[in-house]
Design a protein around this ligand. Sequence first.
Ligand SMILES: NC(=O)c1ccc[n+]([C@@H]2O[C@H](COP(=O)([O-])OP(=O)(O)OC[C@H]3O[C@@H](n4cnc5c(N)ncnc54)[C@H](O)[C@@H]3O)[C@@H](O)[C@H]2O)c1
Length: 481
Amino acid sequence: MAFERVGVVGLGTMGAGIAEVFARAGLRVIGVEADAEALARGRGHLERSTGRAVDKGRLAPGQRDEILGRITLTTSREDLRDVDLVVEAIPEILDYKIALFKDLDRICEPGTVLATNSSSLSVTAIAAATGRPGQVVGMHFFNPAPVMKLVEVVGTVVTAPGVVADIAALAGRLGKTAVAVGDRAGFVVNRLLLPYLNQAAGLMELGVAGRDDIDAAMKLGVGLPMGPFTLLDLIGLDTAYEVMGVLFDETRDRRHAPAPLLRELVTAGLLGRKSGRGFYGDSPREEPAKSRLGTFGVAGAGGDGLAERLRAAGFKESEDPDVVLRLADRPVIEHAVRLPDPARMVGVHLVGDQVAELASTVLTSEEAASAARDLVKIAGLTPVPCKDRAGFVVDALLFPYLNDAVRMHDSGYASIDDIDAAMRLGCGYPAGPFEMLESLGLAKVRDGLRALYAEYREPAFAPAPLLDQLVTAGVTRFPRP
Ligand SMILES: NC(=O)c1ccc[n+]([C@@H]2O[C@H](COP(=O)([O-])OP(=O)(O)OC[C@H]3O[C@@H](n4cnc5c(N)ncnc54)[C@H](O)[C@@H]3O)[C@@H](O)[C@H]2O)c1
C-alpha cells in the first residue's frame, strides 16, 4: 500500500514531530488540533523545530519552506476524508482515543489505515472500537520524533495481513528502523526500560545508594546516555508512573508496581523537567568532607592496578592499614568479619574502566568509607558508595533488565536482533541487551542473577531458563536464525 497523504491528529510534543517527519520524507500532511489556540501552539512547535535544524545547518532555508509547505493545519477532522493514513497523537487517555477513532472510522475511506502513537494503551481495544479493526495498528515513535530512529509497529490479533508490513515499509521510507511487535503493554522498549527505572527508584528507597551515585554508576559504568533518575525526570514522573501502572495491570508482576517514591513525587507535583523539579531540581548535594588519608591495603583478585595507582600517587601500603579495599563482585561482609578490625574493610567492585562501587558493610566505619572514596578518586575512578548487597548497584539494575530481554525473546514476542535494535535506537543505548549479555559473558550474568535471586528472593531475578541452559551447554552466544 502506498501512503502519500497522511493525517496527524494532535500536534503536541509527539504529533508535531511526527508531522515533520512525514513532510521531510515528501508526504503531504494534514495536521489536526483540538482548537485554534492549540493549533497555533502546534504551528509554533513545527516552526521552532525546523528553524533549529536550519540554525544547525542540517536543513537549508529553502528545504524548510518546502517541508512546512507540505503541512496543512486545521481544526476540522473532516479534512481527513481523503488521507491514506492517520496517526493519532492525542493524550494517553483511552476514552479520548476511542472516541476519536470512532469518528475517524466514520470520516475516512474504508481502506485508510488508522494508527495510534500510544505508548501503553491497548491497540486491540482501540481497534475493536472501530468498524475496521483490521486496519488499525500502533505506530509508536520516540521523542523527539525527528531525531529518534526507531518506530515500533504494533499489530493486533485482528490486524489484516500485510498492514504491519506496509507500515513498517513506510517507516523505512521515513528513514526509521521499524520493529514489528504484538500488542503487549509497553511493547519492547518501555517494557524493558521502565521496570529498570522503577527498580532504580526502589534501590534508592532501600538506601542501597543515592540518586547521584546510581546515575553516575549507570552512565559511566555501563555507558548509558544518562542515569535512571535523569531519564525519569526527562520522561516525566507522571508518565512513568502511569506506564508502570499499565504494565502492572497486564503482568501483575510486583516489580512493575510503581515505586512508592514515584507516587509520592507525582502527588507532590514534582514531575521532573516539565515542572522544574523531580528527582533533581532541589539544592545540589553537598560534597562530603575530605577524609584523613593514611595507609591502605588491597585484597582480592584484580586489585593490582588499583594498588599500583595508589602507590604511584604516593600512598603507602601497610600490613595493618587504615582501610582495606577488598576487590569483589559479591558482598564482602564475610571477608570483613575475618579481619581483626572489620570496620576498616570496604568492598570495591570495578565497573568498566571508570567506576568503582564502594560497598560499606554494617561494620564499616565512616572514616574507612570516606577514605576509600578519596582513594579511588585519586586513582582516577568515580566512586559509587553503596550498601554491601548482591549486585551492588550496576549489576542489580543491569542483570534483571538483561534477564527480562531474554524472557521477552524466549516468549516469542520479538527477535534478538529486533530487541537489540529497539534498545539501541529507542533509548540511545551503546548496545542492545543481547550484545551486552554476550560481551559481559552469559555465565557471569547467570551467576549474578542467581546471587540477586538468593539475596532479594525476587522470582523474576531467577535466571531465564534459556540463559541458564545456554550457560550449562557451554554456549557463549545466543543462537540467531
Ligand atoms: N511524550 C513522549 O515522550 C511520547 C513518546 C512516545 C509516544 N507518546 C504518546 O504520544 C501521545 C501524545 O503524547 P504527547 O506527549 O505528544 O502529548 P501532548 O500533550 O504534548 O500533545 C497532545 C496534543 O493533542 C491535542 N489534542 C487533544 N485532544 C485532541 C483532539 N480531540 N483532537 C486533536 N488534537 C487533540 C492537544 O491539544 C495536544 O497538543 C500519547 O499517546 C503518548 O503516550 C509520547
